[in-house]
Design a protein around this ligand. Structure first.
Ligand SMILES: *Cc1c(COP(=O)(O)O)cnc(C)c1O
Length: 383
């Protein structure tokens, strides 16, 4: 129950073990076509340029920046946690200039600040932000930010690594131009693949580039010779065949459950876990209304040793949770409820293991109430 990777279900592990066939084998190519349709469903898009990059979420991030941004461009980057900081790095490394819009860690991106930055910097190429900040659990309003960016003629680049499959993400309805995700968070696949999708508007920008994309491997105009579809597929790099079997299975599982049902399950279980945390006396880092269901960050009670609690949970209860990052290191714990890990059983288990551990350490918590509080919500929600 950390911030990813989440538990990988047996169906996906079995898919990974299927025989390795060639990356141009007709059977494999058929699976690639299915994969594209499944990804379009997961992203809620009709974008033709939708594919899994053969590398982790960070490579999806890099794919968006190296293809859309050229040297000399200006890009507004919202930073409200670890991953916004990485977007800034990407902008600088393509030779563009970042304009930083800062929000406190734990807060969502403030659309008003984005609008102010757009007004102050006419001609900005893109607005980039993290929808689901995994370092804090903050959920930013992607729809509003995208609308503001387009009103000023800027492209919209969204990090949806932790949102895809776990909480609402509507690429076409919200008019997102470039979005990237990861296989190991709410899709519960093994790490190492990054689903991405690009709008027609983004494709036009890529086609009209005056300079070559700095990365040969991530240059979408080359990658599309393989992923572009039709009969003319050609070798670009050897696709990670077995990893793609796994992602295909993960997306089939998502489709079987239904995207909205998956969003609802993550939210219901978040409400149950939250009831338990609040009964213990723990408070959330992120204000109500901006919390991600799949990433629950709570403040460590005064006088409690962070590392001791996490190692007890891991070694005695076999439960992994996440530590705080950056400014929040040593101050918070991050409980993931992602994909296959988002179950009623895990909610009850995490609360009882945490309560037992904190009790043993004489922490200032309310005892004997957390599981009951969570169970009440679970029963209300029909679990
Ligand atoms: C995990 C994560 C990434 C990076 O993904 P990797 O697969 O670790 O490269 C990027 N952005 C966010 C918001 C993430 O949670």
């Amino acid at each position: 129950m950390g911030p990813g990777p989440s538990d990988v279900p047996p169906r996906i592990l079995e898919a990974l073990a299927r025989p390795t066939i060639g990356h141009l084998d007709p059977l494999f190519v058929g699976m690639m076509d299915e994969m594209k349709a499944l990804l379009q469903y997961a992203f809620q898009t009709k974008n033709e340029l939708t594919l899994p990059v053969s590398a982790p979420g960070s490579a999806g991030m890099e794919t968006a920046f190296v293809n859309l941004i050229s040297p000399g461009d200006t890009v507004i980057v919202a930073i409200n946690g670890v991953f916004g900081g990485r977007m800034k790095e990407n902008v600088e490394r393509v030779g563009a200039t970042p304009v930083i819009v800062q929000d406190a860690w734990g807060q969502p991106v403030d659309p008003q600040k984005i609008e102010d930055a757009l007004k102050a910097n006419p001609g900005v190429k893109a607005v980039a932000f993290v929808q689901a900040e995994t370092s804090t659990g903050a959920n930013s309003d992607a729809e509003t930010i995208a609308r503001l960016a387009h009103a000023h003629g800027a492209l919209v680049i969204v990090d949806a690594v932790t949102s895809l499959g776990g909480s609402p993400l509507k690429v076409d309805e919200w008019e997102i131009d470039a979005v990237y995700s990861g296989s190991q968070k709410c899709l519960s696949c093994t790490p190492g693949l990054s689903p991405v999708s690009f709008s027609e508007r983004a494709v036009e920008v890529i086609k009209n580039r005056k300079t070559k994309v700095q990365s040969w491997f991530l240059d979408l105009s080359l990658v599309m010779s393989y992923w572009g579809g039709g009969t003319k597929r050609a070798y670009h790099h050897t696709a990670p065949i077995n990893a793609l079997y796994g992602l295909h299975e993960a997306l089939v599982i998502l489709q079987e459950e239904g995207l909205e049902n998956s969003w609802k399950r993550h939210n219901d279980l978040h409400l149950a876990l939250r009831a338990g945390f609040e009964a213990l006396g723990l408070s959330y880092v992120v204000p109500e209304g901006s919390r991600l269901p799949q990433l629950n960050a709570v403040t460590i009670p005064a006088g409690v040793d962070d590392a001791q609690v996490r190692s007890t949970l891991l070694n005695r209860y076999n439960l992994e949770i996440g530590a705080g990052l950056g400014d929040l290191a040593g101050k918070i714990w991050r409980f993931g409820l992602m994909g296959h890990s988002a179950t009623a059983k895990n909610v009850i288990f995490a609360l009882s293991a945490l309560e037992a551990t904190l009790t043993e350490l004489n922490a200032p918590i309310e005892r004997g109430v957390a599981v009951a509080a969570a169970q009440k919500v679970l029963i209300e929600k029909g679990y």
